[in-house]
Design a protein. Sequence first.
Length: 115
Amino acid sequence: QGRLVESGGGLVQPGGSLTLSCAATGGMSWPYSIGWFRQAPGKEREFLAVITTTGGSAYVSDSVKDRFAISRDRARNTVDLQMSDLKPEDTANYYCNTESGSLPWGQGTQVTVSG
């Protein structure tokens, strides 16, 4: 059964950058839109950004719009979240899903900003 799989997380120092990728695996067709979310321990899941997978129309939450960007990489067939100027408070598990979170949530990819 196809599912969305997140990758690209890791440990990064404050001020650093990471690019996370979301792939549709197992023959899964891309939904109309894909969003990125994050959840830190003890906190609710937070919406970060969304992009339509056909036309590329994108929106990034005000809380991160100066540092994060979302894009569709057609060559790699992924939806990417580019993160820059990372801060310790960006530490969380990052997930992709439809904008409404209608698909089963995957394992996510952990981003730790420390050092």
